[in-house]
Design a protein around this ligand. Structure first.
Ligand SMILES: *Cc1c(COP(=O)(O)O)cnc(C)c1O
Ligand code: SF4
Length: 357
C-alpha cells in the first residue's frame, strides 16, 4: 500500500463498512455489496470524513451518499460495458501518458483518490495496479513533452493528482516546466470537493511557481459546495489560477434540470466556469448511474433554455472505443437506429452508443 498518512483527512478515511458510524444504517443493496465476494479488479471503497459529512446519513436517497456508497447494482454488467471504455491504453505514448489529441496529452500520475466515486469510468483500471508514478516515469513524460512541440497543454490526472504531497507535486511540476516553458499544466482533481483541506496556501504557491497552471474540478451536485469547498476554490482563484468544472450526468443524483441549474449557478458564484457535462461512459457495473441518452438530451435542452441566466457547460460524450470527446449534437450525433445512437468523430469515423442505460 502507498502511504497517504501525510494528510489528516486522508489518514482518517473510511475504507471499510465497520468504520461507518454506528447510526449509519446500510440499505439492503449496500449490505449485499459488502457481503458479496470481494472483486479485486473493481474499485475500492473509500471516503474522506469531510465528504462523508456532506451526506445526510439517515437518508438512503441522499445524492452524496450514492456517490461514495457501493451497492449490489455494481455487480451487474452489460454486454457493451468494458474495463477501459475510452481505450486509453491504445493511446499510451509512454507509460501513464495518454496522447489522444494533437495538442494536449493526459498524464495519470497515480491510481489513488481521496474518495472513490462509484461511477468512475476508470473504476476497473484504478485497482489493476496501485501506484504513484516514480521520478523516472515523470522524467520520461517530461522528455516526451519536450520532444512534441505541438503539445500546448498537459493534463495531470489520476486517480487524483492532489493526493500527492507538496514535495512530490513541486518536483513533478518543476520537471514539466523545465521541459517546456510554454505549456499549460491542467490539474484535474476532485480534492476541493472531497478533501478541501488539501488546497493550502503552500500548495497554491507551488502551483503558481510552475504556472501557467489551471484547475478542472469534478463537481456533480450543489450539496458538494460547502464552506470548506468555497474557501478552497477562493484560494485558487484569488491567486490567479483559473478553475473550471466537469460534471457527470448521474441517474437519481443530478438528472434533474433544476439540480443542474442550481449547481452551475452556484459554481458561477464561486467563480468556477462550467466546462463539461458528461454523458456516462460504458464502464463495467455503472449502468444504474447512466441516464439514457435520449433523456439526457431532453434535460440538456431544458438547461439551454436557461442559458441567459446560468452558464451552461457543453454536453459531451467520450466516444466508446477511443473516438475522443464530442459534443452531443449534430453533426457528431447523427441519429438513432435499432436501439443505438450513431455518432461520428472529428475524422468522420462511426461510433455507437446504446439508447438504454
Ligand atoms: C479529456 C481529455 C483531454 C482534454 O480534452 P479537453 O477537451 O481539452 O478537455 C486530453 N486528453 C485526453 C486523453 C482526454 O481524455
Ligand atoms: S476522483 Fe476522479 S478518478 Fe477518482 S474515483 Fe472519482 S471520478 Fe474516478
Amino acid at each position: 500500500m502507498i502511504d497517504l498518512d501525510w494528510n489528516e483527512d486522508l489518514r482518517g478515511r473510511i475504507v471499510k463498512p465497520e468504520m461507518l458510524p454506528a447510526d449509519f444504517a446500510l440499505t439492503a443493496e449496500e449490505a449485499e455489496y459488502f457481503a458479496s465476494a470481494p472483486r479485486p479488479e473493481t474499485l475500492d471503497f473509500g471516503v474522506t470524513r469531510s465528504f462523508f459529512g456532506l451526506a445526510d446519513g439517515g437518508n438512503a436517497d441522499d445524492p452524496i451518499r450514492k456517490e461514495f456508497m457501493p451497492t449490489s447494482r455494481e455487480l451487474e454488467e452489460k454486454a457493451y460495458e468494458t474495463g477501459d471504455p475510452l481505450c486509453e491504453k491504445k493511446y499510451e505514448a509512454v507509460p501513464l501518458l495518454v496522447h489522444r489529441y494533437v495538442n494536449r496529452a493526459l498524464f495519470r500520475v497515480t491510481s489513488l483518490c481521496a474518495t472513490y466515486c462509484r461511477f468512475c469510468y476508470r473504476r476497473n483500471m484504478l485497482n489493476e495496479r496501485k501506484f504513484v508514478a516514480t521520478g523516472e516515469e515523470m522524467r520520461a513524460v517530461a522528455d516526451y513533452i519536450a520532444s512534441r512541440p505541438k503539445l500546448r497543454e498537459l493534463l495531470i490526472s489520476g486517480g487524483d493528482p492532489l493526493v500527492l504531497d507538496d514535495e512530490r507535486m513541486d518536483f513533478m511540476l518543476g520537471l514539466f516546466r523545465e521541459a517546456r516553458r510554454d505549456i499549460t499544466l491542467r490539474v484535474c482533481t476532485r480534492t476541493p470537493v472531497v478533501l478541501p483541506a488539501r488546497i493550502t496556501p503552500r500548495l497554491v504557491r507551488i502551483l503558481k511557481r510552475h504556472g501557467p497552471v489551471r484547475a478542472v474540478v469534478h463537481f456533480n451536485h450543489p450539496d458538494e459546495i460547502a464552506d470548506a469547498t468555497r474557501n478552497a476554490i477562493s484560494l485558487l482563484v484569488d491567486s490567479g489560477i483559473p478553475v473550471s468544472s466537469q460534471t457527470v450526468l448521474l441517474r437519481s443524483i443530478n438528472d434533474d434540470p433544476d439540480v443542474l441549474l442550481g449547481l452551475f449557478g452556484e459554481l458561477a458564484k464561486i467563480r468556477v466556469t462550467p466546462y463539461y457535462l458528461f454523458q456516462g461512459d460504458l464502464a463495467k457495473g455503472t449502468s444504474h448511474f447512466r441516464v439514457p441518452l435520449g433523456e439526457g438530451i431532453r434535460i440538456y435542452e431544458e438547461l439551454e433554455r436557461n442559458k441567459a441566466e446560468v452558464p451552461i457547460p457543453v454536453y459531451a460524450l467520450d466516444l466508446p472505443g477511443g473516438g475522443g470527446k464530442v459534443p452531443i449534437r449534430p453533426p457528431y450525433l447523427e441519429g438513432l437506429e435499432r436501439g443505438w445512437f450513431r455518432f461520428r468523430d472529428e475524422e468522420g469515423n462511426p461510433f455507437m452508443y446504446p439508447a438504454e442505460s
